[in-house]
Design a protein around this ligand. Sequence first.
Ligand SMILES: *[C@@H]1O[C@H](CO)[C@@H](O)[C@H](O)[C@H]1NC(C)=O
Ligand SMILES: *[C@@H]1O[C@H](CO)[C@@H](O)[C@H](O)[C@H]1NC(C)=O
Length: 645
Amino acid sequence: MKSTSLILLFIVSFLFVTSHGLSEIESLLKFKKSLVIGRASALESWDRKNPPCKWIGVLCDKEYVWGLRLENIELSGSLNIEALMGLKSLRSLSFMNNKFRGPFPEFKKLGALKSIYLSNNQFDIKIPNDAFDGMGWLKKIYLEQNKFSGEIPMSMAKLPKLLELRLDGNRFTGQIPEFIHKPHMLNLSNNALAGPIPNILSTMDQTMFEGNQGLCGEPLEIKCYSPYNLSSEPKASSKTKSSKVLYIVAAVVASVLAILIILGLIIVLCRRRRNKQPLLSPEPGPSSLQKRAGIQESDKGQSSCHSHRAAKRMIHTTKLSFLRDDKGKFELQDLLKASAEILGSGCFGASYKTVLSNGSIMVVKRFKHMNNAGFEEFQEQITRIGRLNHDNLLPIVAYYYKKEEKLFVCDFIEKGSLAAHLHGHKSSGYPSLDWPTRLNIVKGVARGLLYLQKNLPSLMAPHGHLKSSNVLLSEKFDPIMTDYGLIPMINEESAQELMVAYKSPEYLKQSRVTNKTDVWGLGVLILEILTGKVPESFSQSDKESEADMANWVKSNFKGEWSKELFDQEMGKTNNCEAEILKLLKIGLSCCEVDVEKRLDIREVVEMLEDLTKEREGDDDFYSTYASEADGRSSRGVSSEGINLS
Ligand SMILES: *[C@@H]1O[C@H](CO)[C@@H](O)[C@H](O)[C@H]1NC(C)=O
Ligand SMILES: *[C@@H]1O[C@H](CO)[C@@H](O)[C@H](O)[C@H]1NC(C)=O
């Protein structure tokens, strides 16, 4: 009896030990199978002959595998996480400096991991929001220098033990989520993040947020404002009404305080002047509109003040020139009487919203870097713009010319910009735009561009600055474009740096802007409207780089409907998939790099009008179109559709 139980015990323990050892070997070999190894000999040591702890890249503590470190060996293929589930002691994974791409692996199946290193790979898809759920031990995440897109997953911000996080050099968009505690080390630089930086991160170094166009708040020196500017939308989604009320109360208190301070300053200034009599600069300088308003207050209240005459002179020089008279006449000081609310800061300067005494709401846009044209040339161009009249263009009501800056006065458009609706609607509370609305917006923009081309024939790119934040939406969601016709006025250097026309492939490659450059802008806008992605998140500083929205869409478009590609916020598509695909193809051919092959705006408008005419028989859409149109089949649109290779 004794001996049999001894033998049994022996067998059991033997089985246990070997099965344990075996399962680690099997797991690792299974894992290896799904890898594609660029350096052929790199994993030669991964062989049953050797114990796994002798294999290259396998980190052991005694006999237990606690980590894998496979770096710099041109690995690609897929990471078989299921196979790794057999490694019970696994705590750390590093696959840095390889060529992995595609979606984020399901690391959360390995709940005991403490560190993940994926730096310098090609991962290029949005990380699911719950990707880190249940990873209670995770301390270090290194994902920098990949191509991850989409928002930073909420589950990452909720990790209880997170200490080090590097996400720099990716294409993350949206807002930074609220981290439940502050990591020791965090790098979010060089992404396409926008919106306010959460409070808990406000003491981190500025450089950790660099290279994100739309971030605002501490520690950056950019204030957060505005419903116009999606990036500065404070997070409203999680906030209750009471906090909105708080907001308003705070704003009122702040503005009262500001007025008191300004009044105080004026009194102090006036007293000083009485003693020293320095000249008040007749130029308003780079001060804000509110400050100017303050100066005028002084004009009324403190008639004994020495700045009186100077202020008078200033008001005299601040005469508005009117381009339209349907708004009645008003003066700059009427605009400034009301406390101007800042709407946002575009790339050329801030915009303010003010209410005239007759109740009409106006927007004042400040433009810096607008000295390319001398006074006369400027007036000529602005008069030309002022004569335009089209439903899809926002008219300039009046302007104010001064050498250092120009002010344009326009109507206020309640619904804000297309960009805010596409990318910021969650926080702004707008409903998402459905497909018919999106198509309607594209059509309107295209008509507006055609009109501009006809009516500003002297300009190569008559719009020149088409982007979703420059397309406002009317009450009925019709598009209204702004900031058109500015190219001749903007300083060349700033134009090249900031304006959309100068981001076109023809400018990047051949330094030229053509009469089809706006079509390219429209193409990008179409892709943005269909995918819900932010175009800037694709552009890289590297000018030669082909990484842009159009290329991204091309490489992800398999000729058919796919959930991944199209903006899910579009909601029900009601069997309009065929139309949506057609619009995508039109968008892509607008982005055609070869200007000769690119459609011109007239062709685009016609195609868009035809899009809904042919609700059925979509297969012959392109052939019908191509046979109608003389020689257009050679321009990217052929009977086989558009060549996407
Ligand atoms: C943060 O990321 C940027 C860009 O990738 C890099 O240049 C910088 O050195 C990083 N800083 C730290 C402290 O990791
Ligand atoms: C919003 O404001 C930021 C910061 O001032 C600016 O960089 C960005 O271009 C603005 N975005 C839009 C859509 O106007």
